[in-house]
Design a protein around this ligand. Sequence first.
Ligand code: ACO
Length: 380
Amino acid sequence: MAKQETPVHRARGLEGVVALDSSLSFIDGKKGELIYHGYDIFDLAAHTSFEEVAYLLWNGRLPDRRERDELMQHLQTERELPPMVTDLLRMTPEDANPMAALRTCVSALALFDAEADAHSPEANYRKAIRLTARIPTIIAAFDRLRKGLEPVRPLRRGSTAFDFLYMLGGEEPGSAAERTFDTCLVLHAEHGLNASTFAARVIGATLSDMYSAITGAIGALKGPLHGGANIEVMRMLLEIDRSGRDPVAYVQEKLARKERIMGFGHRVYKTLDPRAAILREMVEELSEERGQRKWYEYSVKIMETMEREKGLYPNVDFFSASVYHMLGLDSDLFTPIFAMSRVTGWTAHLLEQWRANRLIRPRAEYVGPRDLKVKPIDER
Ligand code: ACO
């Protein structure tokens, strides 16, 4: 058989391949620049809330006060879970992987949404809001149930950050904690065609529904090479703390064993990820405030060692881990919290995909054997 003649542009892991057009975000990996729909991430982190960013991603412009309040209200009214999904969480083993629990519950949400398979832009917009509103409730209920506590129903007021921290801890959070957490949500909302977003768009491009696409995206985000890295970062910091080891020697030994240091390196950034720069400042402030300067000090030592030994810089997962830890969140919730923010980017990509849909279907270069003949089964 003749070799496949179609031109093939191959790159392991699709490195550097531009697969589609998007107006949602731009990354300059050499300069360390990140823009959401025209706005620099530093500007957004300093001057907008998570809800404003969600509006920007879904509508292509920042909301005015009335539009922001309307979206906020819509999110508040959608926060309650269908009772069957709470029941499902009650049946979930307490040692379940939180990302597996989230993935399962997001898939189950579709069963209780009359619009699950409706494909109008309006229905899809409503589903984007619904998913963004309910994911925090799922994460908080899961966490409480596994600790033997009753889920706390959403207050259905305030921001996503406020109601999530309330549902998780059962007490209204202080404004500093709310603001810090809100900024983390802003920073994680969107990041181009990363693995989970690409997975969502591939699923969406078959004209499957939004719940299927977000379920798939959560599955992709779970991996330690993607969103799962933040859990591993905290595991490393806690291990350094517990053992009293010098962070520099700890990292050097890991590198000598050819192990990866989670929270470092990036497919696109070849310099400091701007989100890591913002989060680093947050870690410094929080660790001062809470009298836990050790997390900042370990992190800086690890960062300097990685730059010196490998020329690698921290990504978003490195400093977000200690921010969440100092906010009192359990390490294994860090990736679900990432999903809680990134769902806005995923759904924005789906809305964009469906505005001019085309099936995403690349090809593989066939490198297997040819010209084999099937022998009868007893002769093999
Ligand atoms: N620790 C140690 N070495 C590393 C690391 C790391 N974290 N990341 C890359 N390297 C090394 C590789 O071993 C390789 O070295 P070599 O050329 O001597 O073999 C070189 O740097 C290039 O690495 P690649 O794997 O080719 O880079 P790639 O672009 O494929 O990887 C990735 C990007 C997967 C993020 C990688 O840097 C990594 O595994 N990092 C750790 C996991 C992580 O933090 N993931 C979160 C990414 S951000 C996000 O998804 C939200």
